[in-house]
Design a binder for this molecule. Structure first.
Ligand SMILES: [Zn+2]
Length: 256
């Protein structure tokens, strides 16, 4: 079934000399779309943004789309965080790699990271994140991902930030300790919430259950996306309550 559909694409039709003109345009388009969807299922290493082949099996974007991702200038994540009163004084530094723009390749990348059930993408991107900011992160003692609530974790089966953190820890040669931070209450999905609703939603949502392992250490907090910064701020506050010597934030994306 799959190969039949695949063969009906224009390129293959020309090669085989099959007369494609007998099919109406809308029908051909539907078949082509179906073919792309099936191909993405069978060969997941096609680029999720442009569909090009030759993508690295552990990255969901091709080289061109990776290069097209917009880099976040230094200083921008901290400026974003400082718009929030609860984030002021929480972070020693903050780094984000790419802007999340509505049209660009970041959205499909992030979606694959979060819902694609492919933690290998997150780990690979975590390594990329660690390599990019290696010089800035030399004083880190331990890497801690922003946790999901247990219920969300069970629904999704993995925490994308934990896999990002694992990749970062590998590159930096620092321990990754997801158990040092937990969500003490379930929060609603932040996706469709405005700024104030997000702030209220995550207030006091985190706790550090092993304060003795946090005290006096410089913690690198890792998350997939920095939006308002409310989640990161409350996570950092829990680490400060456990007497971390400092908290630095590292995220893959910064919401544009
Ligand atoms: Zn691409």
């Amino acid at each position: 079934m799959f190969f039949k559909v695949y063969n009906i694409s224009d390129a293959d039709a020309n090669r085989s000399g099959r007369p494609m003109t007998v099919l109406p345009d809308s029908y051909r388009q539907t078949l082509r779309r179906l073919g792309r969807a099936l191909r993405a299922l069978v060969y997941p290493w096609h680029c999720l943004h442009c569909g090009a082949r030759a993508t690295h099996p552990t990255l969901p974007l091709c080289t061109d789309c990776l290069a097209a991702l917009r880099r976040v200038p230094p200083g921008e994540p901290l400026r974003r965080l400082h718009r929030l009163p609860e984030a002021i004084g929480c972070f020693r530094a903050a780094y984000s790699l790419w802007y999340e723009t509505p049209e660009g390749p970041f959205r499909p990348l992030h979606h694959a990271l979060k819902y694609g059930n492919r933690p290998v993408y997150a780990q690979r991107l975590g390594r990329l994140l660690g390599e990019t900011f290696r010089d800035e992160l030399q004083t880190i003692d331990v890497v801690v991902p922003v946790p999901l609530h247990r219920r969300r974790f069970l629904e999704r089966g993995y925490n994308q930030s934990a896999w990002l953190a694992r990749g970062v820890g590998e590159v930096l040669g620092r321990p990754v300790a997801p158990e040092l931070l937990v969500r003490v209450r379930a929060t609603r999905s932040q996706t469709h919430l405005g700024r104030d609703a997000r702030r209220a939603n995550v207030a006091r949502a985190f706790a550090a259950p092993y304060p003795e392992r946090v005290a006096g250490r410089h913690v690198l907090l890792v998350d997939d996306l920095l939006t308002t910064g409310a989640t990161a701020a409350w996570a950092a506050q829990a680490l400060h309550e456990a007497h971390a010597s400092g908290v630095t934030l590292l995220t893959l994306g910064l919401a544009a």
